[in-house]
Design a protein around this ligand. Structure first.
Ligand SMILES: [Zn+2]
Length: 234
């Protein structure tokens, strides 16, 4: 067994309302990929430079707007590709995890059509979150939301395959955006010249809007489906 040290990278934009200072919105993207195998570099432009770029730019927007009442935590996870290790460590070693009220996770958002994005998980724990995410889209970029991978029992089990799942296991409403691109998935050809930058920009605006709406709700998101369980495994 070889031990490798890895780090999650975290930044917080404080909220403006003192009374809501312990209700956090988490926005996440993994920054690791497959590294070098047999001398070949796996750049992971879509998986997941695209998502980290969207989250970083959204962090810049939120911190310059300063319109969030609740604090927003931006997290870049490591070791997602090794089995969600960075996010697993985070949710199980963070003393305020029960004060995190929502998660937005962005993993692979720079391929395929700029008009469509796959949306996974938004309604599984909170119907209110599902509606909020829909509204945020209508107020901004008007993606066609494709929920086909969100169906219970889908053979590809996408709901369990990126970092939002670790938040959902804790009962935290979580939404996952992905392009589900297959052509260069985990191949050394997942490179920057194949990225659809317009799509990454749209996901950024959508993410910022979801953050602002969730951070400024009068109440915490209503949890109306406790029909999940940490035993429900990958
Ligand atoms: Zn990924």
């Amino acid at each position: 067994v070889e031990t490798v040290n890895a780090r999650n990278v975290i930044g917080i934009v404080p909220g403006s309302d003192e009374s809501l200072q312990y209700q956090y919105i988490s926005v996440t993207a993994h920054y690791d990929h497959d590294g070098i195998k047999n001398g070949i570099i796996y750049n992971g432009a879509d998986d997941n430079a695209s998502g980290t770029t969207a989250v970083l730019e959204s962090a810049r927007q939120i911190s310059s707007l300063r319109k969030n009442k609740r604090p927003v935590i931006f997290i870049f996870f490591s070791a997602e590709e090794k089995g969600l290790l960075g996010s697993d460590y985070y949710v199980n070693n963070t003393d305020y995890i029960s004060d995190v009220i929502a998660n937005i996770n962005v993993d692979m958002v720079g391929r395929e059509s700029s008009d469509t994005i796959f949306v996974v998980g938004s309604g599984r724990i909170s119907g209110e979150y599902y509606r909020l995410v829909e509204e945020a889209n209508k107020e901004t970029v008007h993606f066609h939301f494709d929920y086909s991978y969100d169906q219970e029992g889908h053979p590809e089990r996408i709901y369990y395959r990126s970092d939002h799942w670790k938040f959902a296991q804790k009962g935290i409403p979580a939404v996952f955006f992905t392009d589900m691109h297959k052509a260069d998935y985990h191949k050394p050809t997942d490179d920057a010249e194949r990225i659809n930058y317009e799509k990454v920009e749209k996901v950024t605006r959508l993410t910022t809007q979801i953050i602002l709406k969730t951070a400024n709700l009068k109440h915490k998101l209503t949890i109306n489906n406790s029909n999940f369980s940490s035993n429900q495994e990958i």
